[in-house]
Design a protein around this ligand. Structure first.
Ligand code: ATP
Ligand code: MG
Length: 561
């Protein structure tokens, strides 16, 4: 699937260009919108839609609105409204004008509904849900007209007004558009446009006890706002005739057009607010912004940068054919960004103490090390070298074959940015576990090879035991261990990776890292990319989240082809 041509164009960019070239759209007149329903946090799929809608407006000097499509008060909450705004801003976009709400148009939508009734194009129906289903027909069979379809305009108007006045129970009546029960498109079989819902609404309070359907709200809101290009995902393709029917049959100020693109699907990931909410509600994750969540807030806490997410959205492109993107591509995007931009640092995750027996007890040398191998602008950092240091327990063996290029008893290794050591003896606990390694160091080896010309084969990272700081490190991995956790009849909750989080409480960081600002990213040399936790990191109690491991597999297989 070629989602994008080489010039960085996609079919929607081409379409807008064409509209401008043909004079259908004036220069700078493009208006798009991002229309979330505030019933959950935004996820990576929404990031694609945001980059697309805001990106088009930026590219063509137009505008992009943020509009909450808030027609379902039972599922919507103010905290989602707040989180969505924060996520969009964090991604680097700002909407034109105020935050908009479809609920601000409820008065107009109500007038539109009366307009349809007056024109004989809407009626109050009293079929219950089950009868409604029965009358609707199927994909292969036409539907049947409701017995209430031929009420007079006066009767419909009176009943609709009584619905609005709260005179009927929920579910007892609906307002339906009168279109065509035999249409091949089920969306045109007299769709419901208003329901009775005795619900408090987060924006309109108790003003309304009838609420417009999503289909009746969305396109008209676009028209009211002067949206020129209403871009949505492919599942709305079958709704387009209805979108156009409303626009054609209502006194709307402008006539927006709907265009569809394929939603983003990622393997090893679920991207449905309903399912993400289940993960939160069932305490499988620690909230919507858990670093394992594919939500924008979760990815942010995990250490993704806005730039890496925007780059990823550009890489996946925009197409009209459904596909599944490899999550390794998303991982590649953040790894690539951090490789270029994250300062280097050392952190020992599972410490083993080395005692350098020929190094004076009170001595401290501050050794300088580059902030980044190719980025002079990231300066240098100062590492305290002391008699006792920590290395990874994994980096030492009493005996090993030649393939093990780290510290072995009787052999040498280089401590990164510091000296060459020789391991001389070990101290074991009662269980026979090595708890300390005694070494000697060669004072002539800082930045120099040993005088005897025998170079150690390995270089390992380390942190001063007396001057380093203790930290908590959270090792995150993919939340699902199944490639398609929610497709093909799979129950996604059965495929949660039990090892998606490992918390290490006795990690040691070079002292400067304790002063990292929340959300600052680093490469911990040899261990991966980590970020100071946005909410819980402090210099007194440092907390780092692993964003992603060092190794990148994405594109390796394909790059030959
Ligand atoms: P979900 O299925 O996760 O609940 P939704 O489509 O119901 O998502 P909305 O709040 O209605 O969520 O979405 C706002 C906008 O984001 C819509 O225009 C929708 O088409 C788009 N969008 C949602 N999911 C994706 C996705 N996976 N890829 C691209 N765009 C998406
Ligand atoms: Mg939706």
């Amino acid at each position: 699937m070629s989602e994008k041509d080489v010039s960085g164009n996609n079919f929607l960019r081409n379409l807008v260009k064409e509209d401008i070239a043909q004079g259908r759209l004036a220069e700078g007149a493009l208006i798009t919108r991002f229309p979330p329903e505030p019933n959950g946090y935004l996820h990576v799929g929404h990031a694609k839609s945001i980059c697309l809608n805001f990106g088009l407006a930026q590219q063509f000097g137009g505008k992009c609105h943020l509009r909450f499509d808030d027609t379902n008060p039972a599922k919507e909450e103010q905290r989602y409204i707040d989180a969505i705004q924060e996520d969009i801003r964090w991604l680097g976009f700002s909407w034109d004008g105020p935050v908009r709400y479809a609920s601000s148009y409820f008065d107009t939508l109500y007038e539109y509904a009366e307009h349809l009734i007056q024109a004989g194009k809407a009626f109050v129906c009293e079929l219950n849900a089950e009868e409604m289903r029965e009358y609707r027909g199927t994909l292969t069979e036409p539907g049947r007209n409701s017995p209430y379809r031929d009420r007079s305009v006066e009767e419909n108007l009176a009943l609709f007004r009584a619905m609005r006045a709260g005179e009927f129970d929920e579910g007892s009546k609906v307002l339906r558009a009168k279109i065509d029960m035999s249409s091949g498109n089920i969306n045109l079989r007299d769709p419901v446009i208003y329901r009775i819902r005795k619900q408090h609404h987060h924006q309109t309070g108790d003003k309304w006890c009838i609420y417009p359907s999503y289909d009746f709200t969305h396109g008209q809101s676009d028209a009211i706002e002067g949206i020129t290009h209403s871009i949505c995902t492919l599942e709305f393709e079958d709704h387009r005739p209805l979108y156009e029917w409303f626009i054609a049959n209502l006194p709307v100020p402008v006539e927006p057009k709907q265009y569809e693109f394929a939603r983003l699907n990622l393997n090893y990931t679920v991207t449905s607010k309903r399912k993400l909410k289940a993960l939160v509600d069932e305490n499988i994750v620690d909230g919507w912004d858990d670093p394992r969540m594919p939500t924008i807030a979760g990815m942010r806490r995990r250490g993704f940068t806005p730039r890496s997410l925007r780059h990823f959205c550009e890489m996946v492109g925009v197409a009209r054919s459904e596909g599944v993107v490899d999550v390794a591509m998303l991982e590649h995007a953040i790894r690539d960004d951090l490789d270029k931009n994250a300062p280097r640092a050392m952190c020992v995750l599972e410490p083993l103490k080395l005692v350098i027996t020929n190094y004076p007890e009170d001595k401290v040398e501050w050794l300088s090390a580059p902030g980044h191998p190719n980025r002079d602008d990231l300066g240098e950092r100062q590492l305290p070298f002391t008699r006792e240091v920590f290395i990874e327990a994994d980096d030492f063996r009493e005996e090993a074959n030649k393939k093990f290029k780290r510290l072995v008893l009787g052999k040498k290794v280089r401590l990164r940015n510091a000296y060459v050591l020789l391991a001389e003896s070990v101290v074991k606990d009662d269980a026979g576990k090595v708890v300390e390694v005694h070494c000697s160091y060669d004072p002539g080896t800082h930045g120099e090879d040993p005088a005897d010309g025998v170079k150690p084969k390995g270089v390992i990272h380390w942190v001063s035991a007396s001057h380093g700081k203790r930290a908590q490190v959270r090792l995150y991995d993919r939340l699902f261990n199944h490639e398609a956790p929610d497709r093909g009849g799979e129950e996604f909750l059965d495929h949660v990776n039990p090892e998606s989080l490992k918390v290490l409480d006795n990690c040691w960081i070079e002292p400067g890292l304790a002063d990292a600002a929340p959300e600052q990213s680093f490469q911990f040399e040899r261990n991966g990319y980590f970020v100071a936790d946005r909410l819980e990191h402090s210099s007194a109690a440092p907390v780092f989240n692993r964003t992603i491991a060092l190794r990148d597999s994405w594109g390796k297989a394909e790059s030959n082809g």
